[in-house]
Design a protein. Structure first.
Ligand code: ADP
Ligand code: MG
Length: 467
């Protein structure tokens, strides 16, 4: 009865009705509290073909939904609008568009928003996340040199002696934030400059793909044409000799023409064992700066700022408790606040000392997963299922390989912080919707097949032990 009514309404193609139909499906799968907190505030605004555009209250809100309910929303919208269905988001605060699966793409659409400088017509994706700015990067003793160099480069890319800038430091200390902030600032200062950010593992994946499709020259020329090349986590080039070789040539071209190169790594250049000596010496041509873990005062300042950003009311006492107990990693500090925020939004609790204590403890338990890589996951999954690792990236549709690939994608999504786009690239350049589909399929198998659930748990245990 209800079904019929929905179908009829949908035929009128009103966004509100399409969204209502989705909500009915979503409601069946989540608690009332979750539904009220995370789904009711979403407003449908436009429907064209099979793309529904909705407005959501904030960037944080979107990230939360994307991380926790992406599968559910995708299922609901494809049930209602068919397989081509897409959901795009507009953020109410600044009306910047966010793609249904991954991070930010276009900019302001609101006629009320003044346009400061015309954005250059980018024919490629810079991959910069606008969330990473200098403004919201808290300075401290541990990042002083790195921050100062980053500022100088943003004012004069390619023109300082900090070329390349080589930043290194432990996990979650702000390397990605800072190098992307440079990119974003250069974009602001010099809209005509071509800036690109990517991690070295994506660089490798793209390179391999270019070999397969006979496009190595195009690939190489593309990077040689940049004004600013930002490569994150350069340590992942270790052991990848052909990629290192190509990167060496790109580096030389850019450096000779005074283009800015910015690199990050978990270790200083000289400790990158297994990396070509020629690269190591070039990495030391410019400035090598480390980022050290923040001291207590900086940790408190960071927490205060983040709490403000999320619009949370947390007492100083609790912030200090968190900052005292989470010491080595800013991502964990942030994770702790987000967990607290989730607890209070979902259960309408107050943020108490007890709750903070419990959350800090949970963070310590989660710690293991942050060091896990997609490579490790792939290796363990393949070993367990007896599938050759190189097959998993092929186009093959053989049943056991498809399953292995889907399990690996699913585990990569649930056990690492990688985006859907990154995961897709790791598995033979598939796009983010394939990853979503894989995650949904695995959830479904698990729901209907107990023995599958057991196998999945076994693999997951092995993966966690290998991290
Ligand atoms: P890394 O790349 O070194 O592993 P990230 O740049 O991803 O670390 O930082 C982890 C999180 O901590 C990010 O959300 C980032 O915004 C935040 N963060 C790191 N350093 C700072 C800082 N100095 N001020 C504010 N936020 C920070
Ligand atoms: Mg990083």
């Amino acid at each position: 009865m209800e079904e019929l009514e929905i179908t009829e309404k949908i035929s009128t193609k009103e966004p509100i009705n399409v969204w209502k139909a989705c909500l009915l499906k979503i409601k069946e799968n989540v608690s009332m509290m979750t539904y009220n907190t995370w789904f009711l505030p979403i407003k449908p605004i436009e429907l064209s073909d099979s793309t529904l555009k909705v407005q959501i209250p904030s960037q944080f809100f979107w990230e939360w939904i994307d991380e926790h309910f992406n599968g559910l929303i995708t299922r609901a919208i494809t049930d209602v609008l068919g397989n081509d269905a897409r959901l795009t988001y507009v953020i109410a605060e600044d009306l910047s568009f966010i793609d249904g699966g991954d991070t930010v793409t276009e900019n302001s659409v609101s006629p009320a928003t003044p346009i400061e400088k015309p954005k250059p017509k980018q024919t490629f994706e810079s991959n910069l996340n606008p969330r990473y700015t200098f403004d919201n990067f808290i300075k401290g003793e541990g990042n002083q040199l790195a921050r100062a160099a980053a500022g100088a480069i943003s004012d004069n890319p390619g023109g300082t002696s900090f070329n390349p800038l080589f930043l290194y430091g432990g996990v979650g200390l702000g390397k990605t934030h800072l190098i992307q902030a440079i990119g974003n600032q250069i974009f602001k200062n010099f809209p005509e400059k071509k800036v690109i950010y990517l991690s070295s593992d994506i660089f490798t994946v793209e390179f391999v793909e270019s070999i397969q499709t006979n496009k190595v020259n195009e690939f190489s020329n593309f990077y040689r044409s940049m004004d600013v090349l930002i490569i994150d986590d350069i340590q992942f080039l270790i052991g990848k000799e052909k990629t290192q070789d190509l990167f060496f040539h790109i580096f030389n071209t850019l450096h000779q023409s005074r283009k800015q190169i910015i690199l990050s790594s978990d270790k200083p250049p000289k400790d990158l064992k297994g990396l070509d000596e020629r690269l190591i010496s070039r990495f030391q041509w410019g400035l090598t700066a480390d980022i050290q873990p923040p001291e207590l005062e900086t940790r408190i300042a960071i927490l205060k700022r983040k709490a403000e950003t999320y619009g949370m009311l947390v007492s100083n006492e609790i912030l200090e408790y968190i900052a005292t107990n989470i010491t080595s990693n800013i991502r964990e500090l942030e994770g702790c606040l987000i967990k607290l925020l989730a607890c209070v939004s979902l259960n309408s609790n107050e943020i108490t000392y007890e709750l903070a204590k419990k959350t800090v403890k949970e963070i310590a338990t989660d710690r293991k997963t942050t060091t896990l890589t997609i490579e490790t996951i792939t290796r363990v999954v393949c070993e367990h299922l007896g599938v050759a690792e190189n097959k998993i990236r092929d186009k093959t549709r053989k049943k056991e390989i498809v399953l292995a690939r889907q399990i690996a994608m699913y585990l990569a999504k649930s056990l690492t912080l990688s985006s859907l786009k990154t995961i897709g690239l790791h598995f033979g350049g598939r796009d983010h919707s394939t990853v979503i589909h894989a995650c949904n399929s695995i959830e479904e198998y698990r729901a209907v097949d107990v023995s599958f659930g057991k196998i999945l748990d076994e693999i997951k245990n092995k993966v966690e032990l290998s991290s």
